[in-house]
Design a protein around this ligand. Structure first.
Ligand code: AMP
Length: 597
């Protein structure tokens, strides 16, 4: 069987994959699937490639070359010690390292490769990439576009035309492409991007944020000396990565600076709500490109079948959230965004030699796992809110944490109830387990409780709740957390829950998703069981009505808004008869509207 290497020759990192027995395999060495695209000369002039070269970058920038991809196709050369090299030569060193890795893993030399390039690369840049491959001793059987490769990992349907939006946010660049797949033929319809925007800019913003606060506190600018700046930069980059999975992180650096002979240490906690406003304007810039790419392809968001994420920085939760809001559909990031381009190149290699290519297998959570909390449910405060912690389609194993707040002054216990399902209302989801974290400190409402979910490949979920103030902690392990959700169980779960809520769970206060404001009333809103059913139906109907509002004519929309208002007031005042009557009227209107739209 002929093997063709699939190579993602990236600006920051490079990856090599192969297709074996119909399955894609990313080739790792020493446990590392990624090869940093960095080449250097060590202190004894020995050639360093990948991590060793990356590690010496801050100490010896004159002997280290990064981001060579940006220079491909140009006449610029780079210096490495006393020698100058063309971009093709530096790229060839990276490609040869990957080729040798494959030979060691497979026990034979592989000479053929498919190499990926950005969709916006011009002919010269593509030609330079091909040359680099040849210098590395590879026969480049095809150069393919990165978004094309990424699309191939998403098991396109063989008999349907599909359109994908590939959002690629790397370290230094951003690209968005609209890709069309029909009967195995992949075509890039449009591409937009910003060659100066990426995860490295997020690092810069976080660096400034941390350094500004440090300067306010100590009167010392950590950016003024190269060593302290590079230490802080490294620490904030790591913090940024963690913030994709954790609610807050600690940035700690000892002896980071000195003032009048006294050593200064950096110790700062950064929360996701503190970090996200810093990067939101940059993410909004990418969304403008998304709009442009759609309009160039003469498509609307509704005509996109899938949204695919590529590039390390696309793991940022705010990217998922804003993109999902803008496009109005779920985002697919099941295949590792760092690896999917190389995997797609290997699939392309398999297709070229006529191999059967099976679907890319990934272990994912089929349903969202979240906790019950007090929050906003269809416009009113309810303790039946489901706050997602691990979203559906997340690749396994997965660890995520979110911060919640106690809802009442002096709250002694917090209930941590875990649910599985996609509904914002826990009563429509499956209860998979829970516990009370008891013995909380005597404080005002807003006491921070960190809830952490660790879900392993066998579906075992470990839930840990920690009171941040004291470190008080409780853990629960739930076996088979992923296989419990069954349609027929939903009704039973709902009944069980309603009964439970009417009972002794009121003893422990619920968690709240929002930080309570000083004026907000610290109530835990628990509905009597006879009202709960009607409220559930009202919620469903109101959200359906809200979906229909944009397409409704003025008169219907006005009527619908009135009825939604009546329903909300009825829920607030617990007026069951009024609720039932408004519900019946809205039901009729929604029925009529659905037919009309
Ligand atoms: P790439 O060029 O695709 O290799 O992406 C590299 C960029 O992704 C760098 O800016 C990394 O800091 C960033 N990155 C990697 N992992 C994460 C993560 N978990 N969350 C946010 N950014 C990340």
């Amino acid at each position: 069987m002929e093997i063709i290497l699939g190579i993602d020759l990236g600006t920051t990192n490079s990856v090599v994959s192969i297709l074996r027995d119909g399955q894609v395999e990313v080739l790792a060495e020493d446990g590392q699937k990624i090869l940093p695209s960095v080449v250097g000369l060590g202190p004894n002039k020995e050639l360093l490639v990948g991590f060793p070269a990356q590690n010496q970058w801050t100490l010896a920038p004159d002997r280290t070359v990064r981001s060579i991809k940006r220079k491909m196709g140009s006449d610029e050369t780079v210096r490495l010690g006393e020698q100058t090299y063309t971009p093709q030569e530096i790229s060839a060193i990276l490609l040869r390292t990957l080729k040798e890795r494959a030979a060691r893993q497979l026990g034979e030399e592989i000479r053929k490769a498919v190499i990926t390039v950005p969709a916006f690369f011009n002919e010269q840049q593509r030609e330079a990439t091909r040359e680099a491959g040849e210098l590395a001793g590879l026969e480049v059987v095809r150069i393919i576009n990165e978004p094309t490769a990424a699309s191939l990992t998403y098991n396109p349907s063989p008999d349907r035309l599909e359109r994908l939006l590939v959002y690629d946010l790397g370290g230094g660049t951003f690209d968005v492409s609209i890709v069309q797949i029909e009967q195995g033929v992949v075509e890039v319809l449009s591409s937009h991007g910003d060659t100066q925007l990426g995860g490295d800019d997020f690092d810069q913003l976080l660096l400034d944020h941390v350094c500004d606060r440090f300067q306010e506190e100590h009167g010392v600018d950590l950016r003024a000396t190269l060593t302290s700046k590079s230490r802080v930069l490294k620490a904030v980059e790591e913090a940024k990565r963690q913030l994709s999975f954790e609610a807050f992180v600690a940035v700690e650096l000892e002896f980071v600076a000195e003032k009048a002979g006294v050593p200064l240490h950096l110790k700062r906690e950064i929360s996701r709500p503190e970090y996200e406003p810093l990067i939101e304007p940059l993410i909004n810039k990418t969304l403008v490109c998304v709009d442009e790419a759609l309009s160039d392809a003469k498509l609307t968001a509704k005509q996109i079948d899938r949204v695919v994420l590529v590039g390390g920085a696309s793991r940022t939760p705010l990217v998922h959230q804003l993109l999902q809001e803008q496009l109005g559909q779920p985002i697919h990031a099941e295949v590792d965004p760092d690896l999917c381009v190389s995997m797609g190149a290997a699939i392309q290699g398999g297709l070229i030699v006529g191999l059967d290519v099976g679907p890319v297998l990934v272990d994912i959570t089929p349903h969202t796992l979240g906790v019950q909390c007090l929050g906003d449910l269809h416009g009113y405060r309810s303790s039946y809110c489901c706050a997602p912690v691990i979203e559906r389609n997340t690749a396994l194993p997965a660890s995520r944490s979110e911060v919640f707040y106690t809802a009442q002054d002096g709250q002694k216990a917090a209930m941590v109830e875990v649910f599985q399902g996609e509904d914002r209302d826990v009563r429509h989801n499956e209860h998979v387990g829970g516990f009370h974290l008891e013995g909380l400190a005597e404080t005002k409402q807003g006491n921070e409780i960190l809830v952490r979910f660790d879900l392993d490949l066998d579906g075992i979920l470990t839930v840990t709740a920690t009171e941040k103030l004291t470190g008080l902690e409780k853990t629960l392990t739930i076996e088979n957390a992923m296989s419990r959700f069954r349609g027929e169980h939903q009704e039973a779960a709902r009944t069980r829950l309603e009964a439970a809520f009417a009972g002794d769970r009121q003893a422990a206060g619920p968690l709240s998703a929002e930080v309570p404001s000083a004026e907000s009333s610290p109530t835990s809103e628990v509905l009597p069981p006879e009202l709960a059913g009607a409220v559930g139906r009202a919620n469903e109907l109101m959200s359906k009505a809200e979906e229909l509002l944009p397409g409704a004519n003025e008169q219907d929309a006005g009527e619908m808004r009135d009825l939604i208002g009546r329903l909300r007031r009825a829920i607030e005042t617990r007026a069951q008869a009024e609720m039932e009557s408004a519900l019946a009227e809205l039901d009729e209107l929604v029925f009529y509207m659905q037919d009309a739209v």
